[in-house]
Design a protein around this ligand. Structure first.
Ligand SMILES: NC(=O)c1ccc[n+]([C@@H]2O[C@H](COP(=O)([O-])OP(=O)(O)OC[C@H]3O[C@@H](n4cnc5c(N)ncnc54)[C@H](O)[C@@H]3O)[C@@H](O)[C@H]2O)c1
Length: 392
C-alpha cells in the first residue's frame, strides 16, 4: 500500500510533531510543508529531504495531491486553515485549541460533516500515560462514583512561552484560560465522563503585565524567538523582551458544573517557579492524585482508607515515562491520526469534546472579565453530535 501523503501547515514550533509521521515506505510520509518563515522551510527540507514541496501559502499546499494535513499554526489561524483543508478533501490533524471562539469550532465541525473529510483533534494529553492511568482507575471503580475533580496548573515556563509572543494577545488567543486550559478542561471532562454545563471564573494580570521591557510593536502576531530564552531567569519580573501587547491574564481560577452533576475546578498561574499539573479526582469511595507530570515519571496515588495526612497514599501506581515528546503522548497521537486518516474508526480524542473544552474556556474567560457571572455553555447541535458519534 502507498504511503499516506501528508502536508504540514506551520512547519516550525509544534509543527515538528508531524515528524513522527515521516516513515517513508512504512505507511506515511511528509511530502509538503507550508510556513511563513524560510527558516522553518529550510529546516523542513533538512528533516524530510530535498524532494519535499515547500510554500509560503497554505492554499498552494492544499492544491497538492495530499491525503492528510497537519494544521499546527497559531490558534487564530486554525478555523480558516482547518476548514479549507477539510473543503479540499484532506484528513486533518488540528492542534488544540480547536479555534478561539465557540462559533469557530462549530463552523469547523460543520465543514467536516458537509465534506465528509476526517477531522482529528490534537489533544495529546489523552495519550499521556499518567492521564490514561487515572482514567483506567476511575473507570475500574477504584474511587467509586466521581463527584469532584480539581486541576492545579503551575505554568513555570509561562513568561517565556506565553508572554513573549502572540499568545499574550486576546485577539490571537482569546485567553490563556482557553489557550492553555483547553488541554486540562478536556482532561477533566474525560476523567469525569461529562461536559461543562455552566462555568464561572476569576482572574487577573498580576505580575507579568508590569514588565516594561517589550519587543517592538509591529502590529503583527509575534513569533517566539526560542533561541533567546533563558531557562534560569528568575524571578518572573526579571524577564525581558515581552510581547508589546499583554492583555491576557497570568492567574485564572475557574469552576465548572458538569452535565452529570460533577463539580470541577481549574487553576492556572504563569509566575510559579515550577512547571507541571496536578489533578485530584474524588469519588464516593476514594481519591486519586498524580505526583509528577509524566515527563519525569509519575506516580498515581490512591487513598481509599480513612486516616490523617498520608503522602504515600494507600496504593501507589508508578507510571513509566515513555519515549517521545510529552511523555510518549506525541508519537502515540500521531500514530492514531495516521491510522484514522487511512481507515477511520474510534479515536481517543474527539472533535465534539475539543469543541466543548473551547466552549468552557471561552465562557470562563468571558465570566472572569465580567464580574465572574456564571455562564451556561451552549449545547452543540444534536445533528452534529450524532454525526461524530456515528463516525466512531
Ligand atoms: N498539544 C501540545 O502539546 C501543543 C504544544 C505546543 C503548541 N501547541 C499548539 O500548536 C499550535 C502552534 O503553536 P506554536 O507554539 O508552535 O506556534 P508558533 O508561533 O511557533 O507557530 C507554529 C508555526 O506556524 C508558522 N506560521 C505562523 N503563521 C503562519 C501562517 N500564516 N502560515 C503558515 N505558517 C505559519 C510559524 O512560523 C511556526 O513555524 C498552537 O495552536 C498551540 O496551541 C500544542
Amino acid at each position: 500500500m502507498d504511503d499516506l501523503k501528508i502536508g504540514v501547515i506551520g512547519a516550525g514550533g509544534r509543527g515538528k510533531l508531524a515528524g513522527y509521521a515521516h516513515k517513508p515506505g512504512k505507511g506515511s510520509r511528509i511530502v509538503a510543508c507550508c510556513d511563513v518563515s524560510d527558516r522553518w522551510l529550510d529546516d523542513a527540507r533538512k528533516s524530510y529531504g530535498d524532494d519535499i514541496a515547500l510554500t509560503h501559502d497554505y492554499r498552494e499546499l492544499l492544491d497538492m495531491a495530499l491525503d492528510a494535513v497537519f494544521v499546527t499554526t497559531p490558534d487564530f489561524l486554525h478555523e480558516e486553515y482547518a476548514t479549507a483543508a477539510l473543503e479540499a478533501g484532506k484528513a486533518v490533524y488540528l492542534e488544540k485549541p480547536m479555534a478561539i471562539t465557540i462559533a469557530g469550532c462549530d463552523r469547523i465541525l460543520e465543514a467536516a460533516r458537509r465534506t465528509g473529510s476526517r477531522l482529528y483533534l490534537g489533544h495529546n494529553m489523552r495519550h499521556m500515560p499518567f492521564v490514561i492511568k487515572m482514567k483506567e482507575l476511575i473507570d475500574s471503580g477504584a474511587i467509586g462514583e466521581v463527584k469532584t475533580a480539581w486541576c492545579r496548573h503551575f505554568v513555570g515556563n509561562g513568561p517565556d512561552f506565553y508572554f513573549k509572543d502572540w499568545h499574550a494577545e486576546r485577539r490571537y488567543s482569546t485567553s490563556l484560560l482557553l489557550q492553555k486550559a483547553a488541554h486540562d478542561i478536556d482532561v477533566l471532562h474525560w476523567l469525569c465522563g461529562s461536559f461543562s454545563r455552566r462555568v464561572t471564573a476569576m482572574g487577573d494580570l498580576m505580575v507579568l503585565g508590569k514588565i516594561e521591557s517589550r519587543r517592538p510593536d509591529t502590529g503583527l502576531p509575534q513569533p517566539l524567538d526560542r533561541e533567546s530564552l533563558d531557562w534560569k531567569r528568575w524571578p518572573p519580573a526579571a524577564h525581558e523582551g515581552m510581547n508589546p501587547v499583554i492583555d491576557v491574564e497570568d492567574v485564572s481560577l475557574m469552576l465548572m458544573q458538569l452535565d452529570n452533576g460533577v463539580l470541577a475546578s481549574y487553576q492556572q498561574c504563569h509566575f510559579t517557579p515550577d512547571y507541571w499539573r496536578n489533578y485530584t479526582v474524588i469519588g464516593s469511595e476514594g481519591r486519586i492524585e498524580n505526583d509528577g507530570n509524566g515527563e519525569q515519571g509519575t506516580t498515581i496515588k490512591l487513598w481509599n482508607q480513612r486516616h490523617g495526612w498520608c503522602p504515600e497514599g494507600d496504593v501507589a501506581y508508578p507510571v513509566d515515562e515513555a519515549a517521545g515528546g510529552h511523555g510518549g503522548a506525541d508519537p502515540n497521537i500521531v500514530a492514531e491520526f495516521v491510522r484514522f486518516a487511512k481507515e477511520g474508526g474510534a479515536t481517543q480524542t474527539s472533535p465534539v469534546a475539543a469543541r466543548n473544552s473551547v466552549a468552557a474556556g471561552c465562557l470562563a474567560a468571558q465570566s472572569l472579565r465580567n464580574g465572574s457571572v456564571p455562564l451556561d455553555v451552549p449545547r452543540l447541535d444534536d445533528a452534529l453530535i450524532a454525526y461524530f458519534d456515528r463516525q466512531v
